[in-house]
Design a protein. Sequence first.
Length: 261
Amino acid sequence: MASPLKAAHVWLFDTNPKAGVAVMYGTLNAIGDTLAQTFFSSSPFDPARTLRFWLFGVGIAPLALLWNAYLERNYPLRPTSSVPHPEEPVPLESIQIHSSSSTHSRLSSLQTNGVGLDDKASKLAHHRRKSSVGVQAVEAMPRSPLLGGQEAVGAKEDAVPSVDKVVLARRVGVDQIIMAPISFIVFLVAMGLMEFKSPSQIWLKIQRAFFAILWTNYKVWPFIQVVMFLYVPLKYRVPLSGCINVLWTVYLSWETAVKTK
């Protein structure tokens, strides 16, 4: 019988990855807001605020999954080989069989006609010997990956391409220059709407908090993203960032509360 942790892992990452990550991300957001209210606020605990953080985390997690998949697809850190590798090896034996059957057919035709049999038969026999020797020489050669050779394939697997640092810098740059500002605006607008703020109040909230949040983000998240992109598999990236995001949510909760007073 599978352990509860293993069953939770299968449900979270294999059976229902989008729903599982959404619930996990929202829960971590709620934990971050709870910590912020407990240790960094003199006001009474506001469960509605924690609920708003949970809802935002649930809603933003699927978008984070799509964004990370986009970065992985369009900014591959390791170059892939352009040489095709067919699934089935080339059947060399069929070449020899085909050559032999063709020679026998021609010999039979000459014997039937009875025209210049000795001379032409000797030439065809000589041609057959050369074809057979050529095929045997090809079979004796080390087989390449295109022919399904195991030695070459093994050597290729051992040679892991190194990370393209230029592509890594581009991926982090796109993430931080494009997605980071958008995500913070979405956060401030979503929280304002859930607080039933007017458009003018939401705009004032963005003016007061946006640049402070973005500036603090640039001090922390680019370095975290480098480590994530290099060492964390794609399906674990959003959940792990959610764990790190607990501390970030503490800051966001405190910052938005201070800037909107």
